[in-house]
Design a protein. Structure first.
Lengths: 285, 273, 450
């Protein structure tokens, strides 16, 4: 019996095993190979030992893209958790139109990032954008959203929050609906204020969801590509150069496939380390 | 009294943000029908409504062809991910064999791999296979995903073994079991995997930008990115918005009709599209 | 109870073939749609040799190439050339890189950017032209060996031969200059900046500047630096190379001077930090522009007679002596290794480089062939008589330089672009620091590629 089912199991898994061999295992091994090679995609790869990594260590754009990603995360994650939480609490406390609001808030999540960036590029425009238009009507000065080195990345982080906050709102909402009513009732009898109830009951119960939000946002932040690619091209002064955009430039603008692969490898290690640290830190809290 | 006031404030708060989420889309759609000099106005209405922007887009870029390309790729990828995800998920959940444990561990491991790691090697493979400028270059590397297999596995485990044994005794083959018994019982999982996979494929830009260079083979988001960035739109804002509207519309229409399933899929998968 | 006879009865009997059939179908489709046919030349049944020639995609050059190829085919029944314009919307380098990887390169291409030749040569994608016995005599008689040197690769071979040049000069709006009481174009940085102070102003008198001395595309696009930093660097350094044999040999004094000069242009708003959706020089909004001769023919065809402009060399540091070197924006001809008919391809290349073809190049495309006798050939003289501006450019041609024959030119120019943006455009760091950073960053690149 076991022998027969062993064959069946293997047979049924064969398509994936072949697929994984071709599209997971081989690329993984090849990426390790490429780290030690210089390759322009045209001529044969040249063994250069640790030169790619040595270059990476003294590559100011590598550090810049890493710092940019950090800046993005530092703004994006708290903003996202804050708004997703109040939206979820708000939605949880109403009865009519809840489905409608939920659907509206979630809408940007399903729409292509290209659409979102094209539209926001216009909203953010310095000279004639809708947002600055509104600001000047209230007598406020125009804000150089995407054209200032200090504001470009925060502006992209705000846009990304707008796009993704719906996802985390519905996740929190699902978490909130799982909280037994008795918890709150008991707290009310003990004389807790609604704020105390929020901090003492709601937040701890949503902690697993929050861990997920932080980890997904981190991966998301390191995957940033379309937004700077369409909106800023990585500028001004590389302020929005993201890690993936830098890999893309190295590989496809300059034809340095080996070096791009090394960058990808190091960024992947950083992402894995960041996720592990976050998990450890957040789960023990 | 206090309760009523707080309900009112809650609704007001939610409504203000709802406008914040809706307005950019409405502005985009109305702007796609406005002449350039009217687009940048706050209001959504214009006295000069025109279809000229759409005419310009259709004139400059092969939109219908790109739509078709996107559809072919997304449908092929989704179909394959569901079918193979179901087959492999079943072999992990319901077939008792030694490899199941190792394969599950391997799948969980590949799920942790950031895509940055294999982006360049994958590209070079596609080049070696001669699959650049070929829709297969977009389909093949996405034909199966570890996430979908694991999701199916989790769902299938909950299906009672007795049901499967009964079908086996009735002379049903393993493949028949999967597609006639297990999958129909797992509609939520199938829907979740299908929706997420379809959206991910439809909205992807990075991989098409790398693999496809021939305009007639570009996917819709890629073509529109190139249209806006490459200067073919010649800063005609209305045309850019018309192109974006065409890109957003298919997904938005699906979303309006099936939003419950969309939202449920995202909640249960815990992945970003 | 859920399933009955409609199930596939036997797993092993059907499943295996089903899957393998599926895989077969996928592979077949992949093979069918995946194999692009090589574009390289082949001979057909009649024994006639077919060559493929890629030309630049702009209308004038397509017209030129069509004419030249028609003439060649009429006189060479045994060697047929097919002209294919390079695809629009994509850079030649990108197209060639993809073609080299896929081995679908043409036999001959005349739109080769010299900066990418070291990489093509390293990939073995292009033919050593000096392996043809009459290469040396052609190169020395047409171009001259001292001028050829900048196209020599690191391994002392020639993989390209320069075809045409667009030496960069400064055009200035004579009317605007006259109105400000300036009688001659500025030659040095001080003169340029002094004139700029007069020619940059607010026409409405409300303090919002709407007329400028000049403008440059300020986005960090690497090739834009050919037309500002690099040209002025070549002038300031008397044509000094930037890199050589894996070392940075740049004249850092000149780098600093050029960065400082542009820094002053942007700091005092003589150059705006925006970009225009129209041509500001043609509209009289900017007084000067750095251009090649192709702009002259463009202005002449679109604004013939309406715009009173003059041509002058690009500005140089105040203590500069001697001729003004500049950037040449050369395009070269190469033969690809995929060719099966190198000798016939070489014959065609020689035809493209002949005196009669060069006359067509002048007349049809208004571009300057790279030849040392440009001004002394009598057939050309009548053209220059009718086009005195083109003559000015032709006189500048001997001082036109090209980028270095070292790999990674794109990235070196990207590094230049980064410092230009940081220092000159946005004034975030001083020229001293920018020069140091530039040298350091280029060194990192060269060490990596050694």
């Amino acid at each position: 019996m076991m022998r027969k089912s062993g064959k069946i199991g293997l047979a049924l898994s064969t398509p994936y095993l072949l697929f994984a061999l071709a599209f997971v295992v081989f690329p993984l091994l090849f990426s390790v190979y490429l780290i030690f090679h210089r390759w322009d995609g045209m001529s044969a790869p040249v063994w250069i030992g640790l030169k790619n990594l040595r270059r990476l260590v003294s590559d100011s754009l590598f550090y810049q893209s890493l710092l940019n990603t950090l800046q993005f995360l530092v703004i994006h994650i708290p903003l996202q958790i804050f708004f997703a939480l109040i939206f979820a609490v708000g939605l949880n406390s109403i009865k009519i139109f809840r489905g409608f609001f939920r659907a509206v808030y979630f809408m940007p999540v399903v729409v292509s990032g290209v659409v979102v960036t094209i539209v926001w590029l216009q909203l953010y425009s310095f000279d004639y954008g809708i947002i600055n238009n509104l600001l000047t009507q209230f007598g406020l000065p125009r804000v150089p959203w995407l054209v200032s080195t200090d504001l470009a990345m925060p502006s992209i982080a705000i846009m990304a929050t707008w796009k993704n906050v719906g996802l985390y709102t519905v996740m929190f909402l699902a978490g909130l609906q799982g909280v037994p009513e008795e918890y709150y009732e008991a707290a009310t009898i003990d004389g807790a204020t609604s704020f105390q109830k929020f901090v003492k009951i709601t937040v701890p119960l949503l902690a697993p969801t929050m861990t997920l939000v932080v980890i997904l946002s981190t991966i998301n932040g390191f995957s940033l590509f379309v937004e700077p690619f369409v909106m800023t091209g990585g500028g001004p002064l590389n302020a929005t150069l993201s890690s993936v955009l830098y890999i893309y430039n190295q590989a496809f603008s300059f034809g340095h496939l080996g070096y791009a692969s090394a960058l990808g490898f190091v960024f992947a290690l950083i992402i894995l380390a960041a996720v592990l640290i976050q998990r450890k830190f957040l789960e023990t809290e | 009294m206090r309760n009523r006031l707080s309900t009112f404030v809650t609704y007001l708060f939610l409504a203000v943000f709802a406008i914040g989420f809706l307005y950019p889309f409405l502005w985009m759609m109305s702007g796609s029908f406005k002449p350039d000099f009217d687009v940048m106005k706050l209001g959504l209405l214009s006295s000069h409504l025109t279809a000229g922007n759409y005419a310009l887009v259709f004139d400059r870029i092969p939109v219908m062809r790109a739509f078709l390309n996107s559809l072919i790729v997304a449908v092929a990828v989704t179909g394959s991910v569901v079918v193979f995800g179901g087959i492999v998920g079943y072999s992990l959940a319901k077939v008792k064999w030694k490899g199941a444990k190792y394969l599950t561990v391997f799948l969980l491991f590949t799920m942790t791999l950031p895509f940055q790691l294999t982006l360049i090697p994958l590209y070079t493979m596609i080049v070696k296979f001669g699959l650049t400028d070929n829709l297969l270059g977009l389909i093949l590397p996405n034909m199966m995903t570890a996430v979908s297999i694991i999701m199916f596995r989790q769902f299938f485990i909950a299906i009672p073994d007795s049901l499967i044994e009964a079908a086996r005794i009735d002379g049903c083959s393993e493949l028949g079991l999967i597609f006639k018994v297990v999958m129909p019982l797992s509609r939520p999982a199938v829907l979740t995997v299908a929706i997420i996979t379809f959206l991910t494929s439809w909205n992807d830009v990075l991989w098409p930008l790398i693999v496809i260079r021939n305009r007639t083979l570009m996917t819709l988001p890629q073509l529109i990115t190139v249209f806006v960035l490459g200067g073919e739109a010649e800063s005609h804002l209305g045309a850019e918005l018309a192109a974006s509207t065409m890109l957003a519309m298919p997904i938005l229409l699906l979303y309006i009709f099936f939003q419950r399933y969309f939202i449920q899929s995202f909640i249960s998968s815990g992945v970003k599209g | 109870m859920l399933v009955k006879g409609d199930c596939i009865p036997n797993y092993r009997k059907n499943h295996g073939p089903l899957l393998s059939r599926l895989i077969l179908v996928i592979l077949a489709v992949a093979a069918l749609s995946g194999c692009g046919s090589g574009s390289g030349g082949r001979s057909d049944k009649s024994g006639r040799i077919n060559l493929v020639y890629w030309a630049a995609p702009n209308p004038q050059e397509i017209q030129l190439a069509t004419q030249l190829v028609a003439k060649w085919n009429a006189t060479h029944p045994d060697i047929h050339v097919e002209m294919q314009p390079l695809p629009v919307n994509r850079s030649t380098e990108e197209v060639l890189m993809a073609a080299i990887a896929a081995k679908t390169t043409p036999d001959v291409c005349s739109n080769i950017w010299p900066g990418s030749v070291p990489e093509y040569a390293r990939a073995g994608a292009i033919v050593k032209l000096n392996s043809f016995p009459d290469f040396d005599s052609l190169a020395s008689s047409r171009v001259g060996m001292s001028y050829m040197e900048q196209f020599e690769s690191a391994d002392s071979n020639y993989y390209q031969i320069p075809w045409k040049a667009n030496p960069l000069m400064m055009i200035y709006n004579k009317k605007v200059f006259r109105q400000a009481g300036i009688t001659k174009p500025p030659l040095t940085y001080s003169e340029f900046l002094a004139d700029a102070a007069k020619l940059t102003y607010s026409s409405k008198g409300n303090g919002v500047i709407d007329h400028w001395m000049g403008y440059r595309d300020i986005r960090p696009v690497w090739w834009q630096r050919f037309f500002d930093f690099f040209a002025l660097y070549k002038a300031a350094s008397h044509g000094q190379s930037f890199t050589k044999n894996g070392k940075v040999v740049a004249d850092t004094q000149a780098v600093r001077e050029v960065l400082t000069f542009f820094g002053q242009c942007f700091e005092h708003d003589y150059f705006p930090r925006t970009y225009f959706s129209y041509d500001p020089f043609l509209e009289g909004v900017v007084a000067t522009e750095f251009v090649g001769p192709w702009t002259i023919s463009y202005i002449r065809s679109n604004y013939g007679g309406k715009l009173d402009f003059g041509v002058a060399p690009i500005p140089v540091p105040d203590n500069h002596t001697g001729p003004v070197d500049t950037y040449g924006d050369h395009k070269c001809i190469s033969i690809f290794s995929t060719t099966r008919y190198p000798l016939q391809s070489w014959e065609f290349v020689k035809y493209l480089l002949s005196e009669s073809s060069d006359l067509e190049l002048l007349k049809v495309a208004s571009q300057l062939p790279v030849r040392k006798d440009l001004l002394s050939i009598s057939e050309f003289a009548s053209f220059f008589q009718k086009n005195p501006d083109m003559k000015t450019f032709a006189e500048e041609a001997p001082y036109a330089h090209e980028v270095d024959q070292t790999p990674d030119q794109k990235e070196i120019f990207d590094a230049i672009s980064q410092e230009f943006e940081k220092c000159s455009v946005y004034n975030k760091i001083g020229p001293e620091k920018a020069t140091k950073e530039l040298v350091k960053n280029v060194k990192v690149l060269l060490d990596w590629d050694e």
